[in-house]
Design a protein around this ligand. Structure first.
Ligand SMILES: Nc1ncnc2c1ncn2[C@@H]1O[C@H](COP(=O)(O)OP(=O)(O)OP(=O)(O)O)[C@@H](O)[C@H]1O
Ligand SMILES: [Mg+2]
Length: 408
């Protein structure tokens, strides 16, 4: 079926067809091209390259553009079912070790190899290394996480290219060009705002430009504030779930701007997307609940020394917990019961008040207080309304806030 490129999301619609349209990281891209060209004369010492860098910097796009410019065939193995040890030993090996019938040069693409970084995939990386050693075609791989311990073995046998975030001027050029191609008038000021929000991620910037143009109105500040927060949160989650190194996870946690309660909520809401075996999930949820318990103690006694323990529980539970399931990209959902007061919902504000008091009085974190206390209290005052005043006085809140809550 032919896809009408007009229906594609802009980052895909404007996927660069040629290296001339790739911006940023110029030396790396030149070296990459030189490496590919060197295959014409003889098989180079390093038969594989690994492009590592943050999302949306043009790693996959550069490989596609290069293949296009040089009229090479790309054989891609990107879905996880094609990348277990057995498939690598058979399918990838076959593609890499056999000459093409028509003599057309071929690139073997293994996109997002950090997806192989779980322990059970140890064999997967081993199999890739074997394939690389005997490949008669260039092998190109990409990854996001430079600290993935499993990639260390690959480093030795590949030429590694670190892709940097794209700088503002280059981003601006691309956004201006794309706006023009879509006959959209977008001021430099808006383009600058979009770029400021995207931290060198060109895919995200193009996507924001598309959202801006299609919405047809100026972005409101609240709107972009929420989006910023969401993007920051998703980025933190992605990096946390990607790594299997608790030390790195701990660093990411302590650098995160999310408040601790929300962090635990987000992790709890999304952990099942990465922890697929019952064993992983069991241990992961255990660590999250220990972290939550520490947070409760911290709140009760203002004992911030315990923060280190909380981070450790989270780091061990999240990074150390994914022992079987390989990392894969997923879409995260926001917690079902977010403590996001800025949504300005009155009943929510009231609930937050009640929860703050409960948390202070009981030493349980706000989130847990919903289950351990608030649900019970609202149940009790639902049955015997005469008790409402007692509870309200105890918590120092007004009686209305203890009414049984509706569906949300
Ligand atoms: N350096 C770049 N030059 C031009 N366009 C780019 C560049 N980087 C990203 N883009 C745009 O963003 C889209 C996604 O880029 P690409 O797939 O190369 O990202 P990536 O670095 O592989 O990210 P990920 O790590 O998430 O796979 C491209 O189709 C293109 O529209
Ligand atoms: Mg990619």
């Amino acid at each position: 079926m032919l896809v009408n490129s007009n229906n594609l999301p802009w980052p895909e619609k404007h996927r660069p067809r040629s290296l001339d349209l790739i911006v940023g990281n110029p030396e790396r891209i030149q070296n990459l091209k030189a490496w590919i060209l060197s295959w014409k004369t003889r098989i180079p010492e390093k038969r594989a390259v690994l492009l590592i860098g943050p999302p949306g910097t043009g790693k996959t796009a550069s490989i596609g553009a290069l293949a296009n410019d040089l009229d090479m065939e790309i054989v891609e193995f990107n879905s996880s079912d094609k990348r277990n040890k057995d498939s690598i030993e058979t399918l990838v090996w076959r593609a890499a070790s056999q000459q093409t019938l028509d003599g057309r040069p071929r690139i073997i693409l293994l996109d997002e190899v950090d997806g192989l970084s779980g322990t059970s995939d140890r064999g997967g990386i081993g199999a890739i290394i074997k394939v690389i050693k005997s490949s008669v075609h260039p092998i190109m791989m990409t990854a996001n996480d430079p600290d993935s311990p499993r990639l260390k073995d690959l480093f030795k046998i590949c030429q590694v290219y670190n892709f940097e975030p794209i700088d503002s001027e280059r981003m601006s050029e691309v956004l201006t060009r794309i706006a023009k191609l879509n006959k959209a008038e977008v001021s430099q000021d808006i383009i600058d705002q979009i770029i400021d929000n995207c931290a060198g991620d060109l895919r995200a910037a193009i996507s924001d430009l598309e959202a801006y143009v299609k919405r047809g109105t100026k972005p409101e500040s609240v709107d972009s504030a929420i989006r910023d927060m969401r993007r920051g949160t998703e980025d933190t989650l992605r990096r946390l779930f990607m790594t299997t190194d608790p030390k790195l996870a701990r660093k990411l946690l302590s650098e995160s701007e999310l408040d601790h309660d929300s962090l635990i909520l987000w992790l709890e809401e999304n952990i099942h997307l990465h922890f697929l075996t019952p064993d992983e999930l069991d241990k992961g949820l255990d660590s999250l609940s220990l972290a939550d318990l520490s947070l409760g103690r911290i709140m009760r006694n203002q004992n911030w020394k315990l923060l280190a323990y909380m981070y450790d529980f989270l780091a061990v539970g999240v990074a150390g917990g994914r022992t079987d399931t390989p990392y894969r990209k997923v879409s995260y959902s926001r917690p079902t019961w977010p403590l996001l007061v800025f949504q300005g919902n009155k009943s929510r504000e009231k609930r937050t008040d009640v929860l703050s008091s409960l948390s202070r009085l009981t030493g349980v974190s706000k989130r847990r207080a919903v289950r351990t206390h608030l649900d019970t209290i609202t149940e009790i005052v639902g049955i015997s309304p005469s008790k409402t005043k007692d509870y309200a006085d105890w918590l120092g809140v007004d009686k209305a806030s203890l009414k049984k809550r509706g569906k949300n």
